[in-house]
Design a protein around this ligand. Sequence first.
Ligand code: HSE
Length: 428
Amino acid sequence: MPAPLRIGLAGLGTVGIGVIEIIQNHAEMIAMRAGRPIIITAISARDPKRDRGIDLSGFAWEDDPVALARRDDVDILVEVMGGHEGAARAATEAALEAGKDVVTANKALLAHYGQALAEKAEAAGCTIRFEAAVAGGIPIIKSLTEGLAGNSIRRVMGVMNGTCNYILTRMEDAGLPYEMVFEEARALGYLEADPNLDVGGIDASHKLSLLSSIAFGTKVAFDGIEMEGIGAISVDDIQRAGDMGYRIKLLGVAQMTGRGLEQRMTPCLVPQDSPLGQLSGGTNMVVVEGDAVGQIVLRGAGAGRGPTASAVMGDVIDLARGIRTPVFGIPATKLAETVSAHSAAPSAWYLRIRLVDKPGALAKVATKLGDAGVSINRMRQYGHSDGDAPVLIVTHKATRDDILTAMAAARATNVVVGEPVALRIEDV
Ligand code: HSE
């Protein structure tokens, strides 16, 4: 049997322990599949004394992950510490400088420094693999870089933050307000240490930026994403959208348009009977549309020990086999500069507007929509309460700019009460 591939494992949280478990439980099977044994030689984490429920005595310990990356008995670095500055970045750079491949679950690191790190890796003749960084256990990176490599990708979409999907699903099922479900999610340990990473759409946007780069051959452009979290979604919106046949999801969409790369991570309505509409709880889903393959849908756990460690091990086994695809599918120096186009593509919109209950109020708003070039497809008015009347409108396709113009004009009339809500209806 050829020499083993020796891992330096940085990070002993949920994912790190999951990686150790898989290697211990499946050593023989993995060696057969990889063509050589895969072993962990050294580990690093913040607290050497913490009981992690697993025997770590067989591994050399390093306090400093950079020293771990540089060890002579480490062939590849597996970085599952997280955080896009500090130790994770330093250890990754140290490994690449030493000519070692890196496997990481760190979406934030790659969203911010992916291009520089990919160039560094490729100049050193090595690579960075990051299946675990996007949608947990779903092998979407491998699907895009390998299985779908013969396609021109038209659109990538996904629900890639399980916590947001849990919150939205639970609000719908239990009829509970956002704030209450947010606290439930916190108590269940679903939220990141900085919850805004989840509910603000940042974590999912990190992931989308990586998928966009592979799908469209462009440099990672996290800053080009139009991002909006789920904090403003009300139970009312969820229920009203349901009445019209839709569900609200925090949906990431990336597509190349005539004006550039459109990337957005925003609450969207999707048809209830579509695969995305039927996704409930903390599960993730990624939808890819290619010119040859058509549409494919991948669904699975987006977080958690087993699923994330599974993705890490897929990458590690590929490296043990000698498979070294460029970090973002094509050489980093060939990735195109990204021209970001904000919401260039038109779509249908869901509008919820509260009107004063006076003759002509609806006509006034309809006129403002018409003036902005927004055409009404369907409309529904609900029972009046406290002197105002909620109206739901589904528009024909309109650009975001036209909708914003129409909403501003509607607000400026004296018939709209409070803030109108405008959510895109994604054609899935
Ligand atoms: N917090 C993320 C989620 C998992 O809820 O899906 C890590 O990216």
